[in-house]
Design a protein around this ligand. Structure first.
Ligand SMILES: *[C@@H]1O[C@H](CO)[C@@H](O)[C@H](O)[C@H]1NC(C)=O
Ligand SMILES: *[C@@H]1O[C@H](CO)[C@@H](O)[C@H](O)[C@H]1NC(C)=O
Ligand SMILES: *[C@@H]1O[C@H](CO)[C@@H](O)[C@H](O)[C@H]1NC(C)=O
Ligand SMILES: *[C@@H]1O[C@H](CO)[C@@H](O)[C@H](O)[C@H]1NC(C)=O
Ligand SMILES: *[C@@H]1O[C@H](CO)[C@@H](O)[C@H](O)[C@H]1NC(C)=O
Ligand SMILES: *[C@@H]1O[C@H](CO)[C@@H](O)[C@H](O)[C@H]1NC(C)=O
Ligand SMILES: *[C@@H]1O[C@H](CO)[C@@H](O)[C@H](O)[C@H]1NC(C)=O
Ligand SMILES: *[C@@H]1O[C@H](CO)[C@@H](O)[C@H](O)[C@H]1NC(C)=O
Ligand SMILES: *[C@@H]1O[C@H](CO)[C@@H](O)[C@H](O)[C@H]1NC(C)=O
Length: 616
């Protein structure tokens, strides 16, 4: 198919990037999963989508609004997206909901049939936005763009907004998390003044751009009340807005994932919430922590069969498997494929409680759980807010003080704590107790979550960082799935700044689907009359501004009239005699140790040029 594409290009146009000839079209639909009634449709052309199947690419997921589904569909032909839109939402002339479209033409070419959407729904004025670059690496049509939108920042607080947004962008891309893929990303700050400063509480938004608010006063979710304003704002930025981030002007923990990433610039938690939510949205993976409900993507296995483990090529010890082989020792002549089972690290979660409860000094909060008494050690994992000092709270397991101390400088913000106990829990019932000692903290002190995990000894459970195996994760219903590492990934441990290798590889796939390695192939004539071809590559490998300590390289191969030119190998600027006519093609191959397999050929890009006139 690649070859066919290239031929088409050579015959029809002078210069094209071969990854995709035209911009594809994108449809986004929000609808009720019960009534199937649509509430929002957006249609536009969008930046390239590599390895796009002919029938288009669909993703569908539930949003944070109960009973609401978000369907995204990308296809090469405009007719296809219109057809899908009408299949999902009915005849377009009956649409009476929020509709955004930048497509002017109708699905058929009949002028009289030109699309007429009800004027009030076609386009509402987007918010006035002042967009400033934070960290940018290239044109938006060949980058993945993340945009911070301001909520609860007044006109006078614009400087604070830019500062907050820059701090977060820098935190997640400067030297960790997204730093190796930074040349594929742009970060922008889109400011619009809010009438009031800060975000709402008690379920009531303030008069702000997107109406962000907390349900109560406790530090938990931050919700938005003006989704259509947010959708329109992002839509109005076109290619410049791939992932909108609504940032509420509040110093403490809070956020939300889903259609929009909602965050606060909390010093302790802002970057944690942001990179975790971006992991969900960009890589399209579920949780790795226990007690969630969605486990999917490159970091989740639901079956220990080696073939069903997405990170099987990252396993530290791929021979630590095949317990099934023993049962087949006599089947020497049987060549049928025996599925190999991967080794599973031995652990269990006897207690999990997302309590989200306000603590009081009159009665402690406590709960009990049973242990099997067969594990070598255990971990007490919990998160708290509103508890800045060690004497404020006592945390006990079976009457023994676990010696909790708050994170330094955490103040009243939320934080996560792990207390490891290298002892076997006895078989039978155990009790964990949280006692608020300081009455004046009532109304603020909160126990967000508590969990007990038990682990086998070193031969049964490898807890070493960098070890890739199958680690059990337990859902809210205590269903088991598996993750690649013990605690290497921020999708499990939000206080960890990096993804594991399986997620990082998935990140490259996700980004390189929307970005081609070739920004431009500029062809010209030099003053000396030579034909010059200058390849502008996305600045990875030796083209990076700063090295990132990862093994990587670019390989560049040129061909003239279909024959490779060895002298031009690995050059980004070449010159040919000006009199030559014919075709030039260049193929770029990127290699990084962060990607071990590339089934869709996303780490390769091609461009071609046909010279039909001579350089004078
Ligand atoms: C990145 O920089 C921050 C702030 O200087 C520092 O706290 C963090 O440890 C650094 N991370 C890495 C991986 O070097
Ligand atoms: C696990 O996955 C393999 C391959 O997809 C399948 O053949 C097998 O039936 C699955 N096993 C279970 C227990 O679901
Ligand atoms: C790999 O796994 C096999 C089978 O469990 C084990 O015998 C071997 O010691 C392991 N090797 C390493 C390096 O862990
Ligand atoms: C989860 O299931 C395991 C057994 O599969 C059990 O030992 C554990 O106690 C259960 N945990 C909870 C929180 O129900
Ligand atoms: C105090 O906290 C305990 C444990 O969470 C709870 O059972 C009790 O109802 C609370 N009392 C008051 C007065 O809120
Ligand atoms: C622990 O096990 C005992 C005996 O089976 C049972 O009576 C008790 O309810 C269990 N406790 C919990 C918290 O599940
Ligand atoms: C527990 O203690 C033993 C003996 O000191 C040690 O070998 C082992 O590594 C410890 N395990 C953990 C998980 O810390
Ligand atoms: C109790 O908390 C208040 C703030 O709410 C603080 O001023 C006071 O020092 C605390 N008391 C103790 C004994 O730590
Ligand atoms: C071109 O670059 C690739 C990747 O760095 C390298 O493996 C290869 O040896 C280079 N070839 C030449 C001729 O420089």
């Amino acid at each position: 198919m690649r070859g066919a594409n290239l031929l088409w290009i050579l015959l029809n146009v002078v210069l094209v990037l071969a990854d995709d000839v035209r911009r594809p079209y994108e449809l986004i639909v929000l609808r009720d999963t019960d009534t199937l009634k649509c509430t929002h449709v957006a249609l536009r052309d969008t930046q390239l989508f590599r390895a796009l199947p002919d029938e288009g690419h669909t993703t569908s997921k539930f949003t944070e609004t109960p009973g609401q589904e978000r369907i995204s569909f990308i296809a090469r032909e405009e007719e296809r997206v219109w057809a899908r839109a009408e299949a999902l939402c009915g005849d377009r002339h009956t649409w009476d909901f929020h509709t955004l479209t930048l497509l002017q033409s109708a699905s058929n070419s009949n002028e009289a049939e030109q699309i007429v959407l009800r004027p009030t729904y076609v386009w509402e004025d987007p918010l006035p936005l002042e967009v400033e670059p934070l960290i940018t690496s290239g044109e938006s049509d060949n980058r993945v763009d993340l945009v911070f939108f301001a909520d609860g920042y007044t006109f006078e607080e614009k400087g604070k907004f830019i500062e907050d947004a820059f701090r977060l962008a820098e935190d997640i891309s400067g030297n960790q998390t997204f730093y190796t893929v930074k040349p594929l990303l742009n970060f922008w700050a889109a400011f619009t003044p809010s009438k009031e400063s800060g975000i709402g509480s008690g379920g009531k938004p303030k008069d702000t751009a997107f109406g962000l608010y907390r349900d109560g006063t406790e530090l938990r979710g931050v919700y938005y009340s003006k989704p259509e304003v947010a959708r329109t704002a992002c839509f109005s930025l076109g290619d410049q807005c791939d992932y909108p981030i609504l940032m509420g002007n509040d110093p403490l923990y809070g956020g939300l994932g889903g259609e929009f990433r909602v965050i606060t610039p909390s010093l302790a938690n802002g970057p944690l919430v942001l990179r975790h939510e971006l992991g969900h949205s960009i890589i399209r993976v579920g949780e790795e922590y226990d007690g969630g409900f969605a486990y999917f993507g490159v970091n989740a296995a639901h079956n220990t069969t080696l073939d069903a483990v997405p990170w099987s090529h990252w396993l530290t010890n791929s021979s630590a498997s095949a317990s099934t082989a023993h049962t087949h020792v006599h089947d020497h002549d049987d060549h049928t494929h025996v599925p190999k089972a991967a080794r599973v690290e031995r652990s269990v979660m006897p207690l999990q409680d997302y309590a989200w409860t306000m603590l009081n000094a009159s009665a402690p909060w406590s709960t009990t759980f049973n242990s099997s008494g067969t594990y070598a050690w255990h971990l007490v994992r919990f998160s708290l807010s509103g508890l800045p000092n060690a004497p404020d709270l006592l945390v006990e397991l079976d009457g023994k003080d676990l010696g909790w101390v708050p994170r330094e400088d955490i103040g009243v913000d939320r934080w996560h704590y792990d207390i490891k106990v290298n002892k076997t829990l006895k078989g039978g019932e155990h009790e964990v107790v949280f006692t608020l000692k300081n009455k004046t903290r009532e109304g603020e002190a909160q126990l967000c979550s508590v969990e007990i995990l038990e682990f086998g000894d070193e031969s049964e459970f490898v807890s070493t960082p960098g070890h890739y195996s199958l680690y059990p994760t337990f859902s809210e219903k205590n269903e088991t799935s598996y993750r690649p590492t013990n605690e290497d990934c921020l999708m499990r441990i939000v206080t960890t700044p990096n993804f594991c290798k399986a997620c990082t590889e998935g990140l490259w796939y996700a980004l390189l689907r929307r970005v081609t390695l070739i920004d431009d192939l500029a062809v010209g004539c030099s003053p000396a009359g030579e034909r010059t071809l200058d390849l502008n590559l996305v600045p990875l490998a030796h083209l990076r501004e700063w090295p990132v300590g990862v093994e990587e390289s670019y390989e560049v191969t040129w061909a003239r009239d279909g024959i490779e030119v060895p002298e031009w190998k690995n050059q980004t600027s070449v010159a040919d005699e000006g009199g030559a006519l014919g075709s030039y093609a260049v193929k770029v191959k990127y290699w990084t140790e962060e990607v071990r397999v590339d089934p869709d050929g996303l780490l390769e890009s091609e461009a071609a040029y046909v010279a039909t006139t001579r350089c004078a």
